[in-house]
Every structure is written in C-alpha cells, then in structure tokens.
Design a protein around this ligand. Sequence first.
Ligand code: NAP
Length: 251
Amino acid sequence: MKLKNKVAIITGASSGIGRAIAELYAAEGAMIAVADLDETGGTETVDIVREKGGYALFVKTDVSKAREVASMARQAMEKYGRIDILVNNAGIEGKSALTADYPEEDWDRVLAVNLKSVFLCSKYVIPEMFKNCQGAIVNISSIAGMTAFQKAPAYAASKAGIIALTRSMAIEYAPNNIRVNCICPGIIKTPMVERSTKGSLDAERKLIREEPLGRIGKPEEVANAALYLASDDSSYVTGSALVVDGGWTIK
Ligand code: NAP
C-alpha cells in the first residue's frame, strides 16, 4: 500500500496508460479522480476500481480548458478534501503530416491538449498541494520529445515542452516539498498506438523489429514507473525524465 490515503487526479484515465495508472494507484490505496473527456471509458475505469474495493470518481474534463480544469480540482477537493498526486497523462497524437503541411488548427489543438493542459492542471492543483505541504506531479511525456520522429511536429514539440516544463516546475516547487517528474514512454500498446497501426499485424511487427527488447510495452509497465514517481520510493527524485521504452532510445 504505497499510496495509502493519498488522493490522485489522473487525466486521460478513461483508457490506455491512464487507466492502468488509475488501477495500480487504487490497488496501492489511493483515492482516484479520473479526469477525461470520454465519459463511457471514464465510468468504466471507475467501475473497475470500485469492483476491486477502491475509491474513484469520474470528472468530465477537457484538460485544455481552464474553466473545466478549475472545476476538476474543485470537485476532487469537494469529494476527498485533499489532492496529493497529479498525473498529467491526457494526450492526443494529432495528424500525421510533414511540418510544412501541418494544419495550424491541428498544431494548436495538439499543443493545447498535450502541453497547455499540463500547465493548467498544475496551476489549479498546486495551490491545493500547498495545503498539505507536499505533493507529487507525474507528467507523461514521450520518447518523441527526446528523439526525432517524422510527421509528428506538434506531438514532438508538445512532448519536449513537457520535459522542459517538468524541470521548471521541479525547481520552483522543491522548497514546497512538491516533486515534479515526467515519464517518456516508448511504444506502448494502447488505443493511441492501435489507431496508428490500424490493427495491421505487419505495422505492429515493424514496430517490434525496432525494439531492443523485441516487443511493444504494456500500459502496466508505464504505470509501474508512475507509481515509483508518485510514492515515497522516489522521495529524493525531482525534475527527472524517466525513460520507459524497452531500449528504443539507446539504439
Ligand atoms: P489513449 O488510450 O488514447 O488515452 C488518452 C486519453 O486521453 C483518452 O481517454 C482520451 O479521451 C483522453 N483525452 C484526449 N483529449 C483529452 C482532453 N482534451 N481532455 C481530457 N482527456 C482527453 O492513449 P495512451 O496511449 O494511453 O496515451 C496516454 C499518454 O501517454 C498520452 O499523453 C500519450 O501521448 C502518452 N504516450 C503514449 C505512448 C504510446 O505508445 N501509447 C507513448 C508515449 C507517450 P478520448 O478517447 O475521448 O480522446
């Protein structure tokens, strides 16, 4: 029970990596607020947690909108009375296009959902963490923010921005005992990756061939890293970018 009696807001927890984090945190004793646009998936995550005896609540939130994020923090406070952990996980891949062909409105949307959301959620949750004199923020970046990927300029820029924002917030809030770290996952089998492979076994095999560990990652393997960064196991870790990529970036 590494998160006993802690309260965690997890954005984008209606599916994929966010859901795996919600399930693991709840199993470790945390009370969860699932913040997502997808009401059906969010309710499913809440049901999964509750069926296993955990505590969870769904808060419909577009993380790119300040008013909705403020309401998300308020609803979590009303329900649980404190916020200890924030996982900024919600994200979209955006269009696949070269930079010169990338539509401006898609650029704006990807930056808003992936990067501005980290700013907004942190802006509204950090004051609540001050009240407990401690907190842990875990941002989900990507290896796309560290290396070169073609036809994903907005996604890559947003994920690199998360690493920079993580470091800035880590140094700003270290005196308040709020640790801020990020995770850079590699290719993880979630609906996001399934959208890009379109269920094609060939496309999946191609990805696997590029993996030193010879397989795609599981959402639970990212969740394990997110548990480490949220718990006291990482009490001396802040400002880090933890790579969980099966060795992709060391090739
Ligand atoms: P996913 O299964 O598509 O989950 C993303 C979740 O975020 C979905 O439930 C989605 O809801 C939600 N979301 C999208 N826009 C939102 C918004 N404006 N407000 C609130 N929620 C929103 O993808 P995933 O693979 O688990 O991705 C989770 C995070 O990991 C993302 O930040 C992603 O960039 C990052 N990541 C993933 C991989 C990978 O290989 N899977 C690798 C590196 C990093 P809808 O379904 O309604 O859109």
